[in-house]
Design a protein around this ligand. Structure first.
Ligand code: NAD
Length: 502
């Protein structure tokens, strides 16, 4: 344990989610301590609709305390050798791996995501991202610039100061790791604003890391967007904002950054196209559609392949295989090993999903295909479970085709002409991700050049990888996450230094 840490002994590998909740309920993490908040909000377990625990309803006072703690920690942390900073991230990754099971269970309970198909993997990926960034400490390099024999000119990379990292609820641990990993290794201090819907696994992982760091280098506050998030983005000591969430909140965050002229990175929504050509390998493509649409996460993914463009010649075969595969997936208790698909996060999000499906149903000629069966377990509240749903026969200007639904709902469109499908795929305000499925290398290469998205894949649908730069075009956001390039570009600033040598 870090000498300066005032954290209590943290639950170990044999702990239960309840042990973590008992420690974290009502707490922020500020200055290396768990600090109770004056006002609380209730966090509901989506699968049972019972209260899980309380989270802080933080406002400007709690935010100011967290930023002050980060500001105080910054000089010491920035002066710590970069590779020593990285070594702490790598050590935290090992500790998270060792305690992954109770943390995954905690995550499943607060998000409603299935333990086996989602939460265990999320813990692994979050640790992997921290480990990757831990290795980047030695890469904080500048350049020397040929200028004049009597002058030495170079650039150096410096940390920015206090970084505000604002998280959504859908994959909170992976998204936190993508922000705090590069921010901390680059020598910044961080204030994380956890999602008020699912703050506990975030806080637990941050506490494990904070235990190894100088007090205040990593802080976590929880509260609503208007009260807590807005106070953080407006704080005069925040030097950079990195935000993942909805387009609407992203615009507010960008405006707050503009008001103070500080750098802002935005990872926002998407409506990502998946183009299936007539020569695609069908089994692989159907598996890719299920993975890409993130059906095991109830489609709650910014990268979801939610517009599936099928070549007419293979549409029927593809659809019958997709329906069979989706129909065989088990929807149920997020903690049960048999479960493939858990719940949607909350009633508001479920109502949004239902509203879009009703809009599709009301469209003349449209077909709505629901797959699978809802759970009948009396221990579960049925309200937030949703069936994987396919929408067919909608025009390109229908809201279900244009807008992000953020639920288990994929739009299926048919195409005949390659030029036409590229144009339809690109006819979107978003530009986060795209995939193309074909055995023809020339078509694949052409599509990767022409698709207007920040992350384009051929014959696969990988999720975020730590060393592959990730970020959207257009309304999907600004800047990149993951990769050495993103750490250097978005979590450091470049300084030019010039020495007269004579
Ligand atoms: P959200 O925008 O409602 O909230 C995200 C976070 O921002 C929360 O912590 C919230 O409290 C905070 N917030 C809200 N308003 C704010 C404001 N005015 N100022 C500061 N902070 C504010 O999003 P959500 O419902 O939690 O998540 C779903 C959205 O996130 C979807 O639109 C999805 O596409 C997007 N998302 C994007 C990515 C990506 O990498 N591009 C990844 C995951 C989710």
């Amino acid at each position: 344990m870090n000498d300066m840490s005032a954290l209590p002994t943290l639950p170990g590998a044999d702990a239960s989610p309840e042990d973590w909740l008992a420690l974290l309920s009502g707490m922020n993490l500020v200055g290396g301590r768990l600090v109770p908040a004056a006002k609380l909000l209730e966090v509901i377990e989506p699968a049972t609709l019972k209260p899980l625990a309380s989270a802080p309803a933080s406002g400007p006072a709690e935010v100011s305390a967290a930023v002050a703690a980060a500001r105080a920690a910054f000089p010491f942390w920035a002066a710590t050798p970069a590779r020593a900073r990285g070594a702490i991230l790598a050590r935290a990754a090992d500790l998270i791996d060792a305690q992954a099971e109770p943390l995954a269970r905690l995550l499943a309970r607060e998000t409603g995501k299935a333990l086996r198909t989602e939460c265990r993997g999320e813990l692994k990926v979050a640790a992997d991202i921290l480990r990757f960034h831990g290795g980047l400490g030695g890469e904080l390099k500048g350049e020397t610039i040929p200028f004049d024999p009597a002058v030495f000119a170079a650039t150096t990379r410096e940390p920015l100061g206090v970084v505000a990292a604002i998280l959504p609820w859908n994959v909170p641990l992976v998204l936190m790791a993508l922000k705090i990993g590069p921010a901390l290794v680059a020598g910044n201090a961080v204030v994380v604003k956890a999602s008020e819907e699912a703050p506990f696994a975030t806080l637990a992982v941050a506490a494990i890391l904070s235990d190894l760091l100088p007090a205040g280098a990593l802080n976590v506050v929880t509260g609503t967007g208007p009260d807590c998030g807005a106070a953080l983005t407006a704080h005069p000591e925040v030097a950079k904002i990195t935000f993942t969430g909805s387009e609407a909140a992203g615009r507010a965050v960008y405006a707050a950054g503009a008001a103070r002229i500080i750098p802002v990175s935005l990872e926002l929504g998407g409506k990502s196209p998946m183009i299936v050509c007539a020569d695609a390998d069908m089994d692989r493509t159907v598996a890719g559609a299920i993975a890409g649409m993130r059906f095991t996460r109830q489609g709650q993914s910014c990268t979801a392949a939610s517009r599936i463009y099928l070549h007419r010649d293979v549409a029927e075969a593809f659809l019958s295989r997709l329906r069979a595969a989706l129909g065989a997936m088990v929807i149920g208790d997020p903690l049960a090993e048999a479960t493939d698909i858990g719940t949607i996060i909350n009633a508001k999000q479920k109502a949004t999903v239902d509203r879009y499906v009703a809009l599709a149903e009301a469209h003349p000629g449209a077909e709505v295909i629901r797959c699978g069966r809802l759970p009948e377990d009396p221990a579960l509240a049925p309200d937030l479970f949703a069936l994987p749903t396919l929408l067919l026969g909608l025009p390109e200007d229908h809201p279900c085709v244009r807008e992000e639904i953020f639920g288990p709902v994929a739009v299926i469109q048919i195409w005949d002409d390659y030029e036409d499908v590229i144009a339809r795929a690109n006819d979107s305000g978003y530009g986060l991700a795209a995939t193309v499925w074909t055995r023809d290398l020339r078509v694949a290469m052409d599509a990767t050049k022409r698709l207007n998205a920040g992350y384009v894949q051929v014959n696969q649908n990988l999720t975020i990888q730590p060393n592959l730069s990730y970020g959207g075009f257009g309304n999907s956001g600004l800047g990149k996450e993951a990769s050495l390039e993103a750490m250097r570009e978005h979590f450091t600033r470049s300084k030019t230094i010039v020495f007269a040598m004579d």
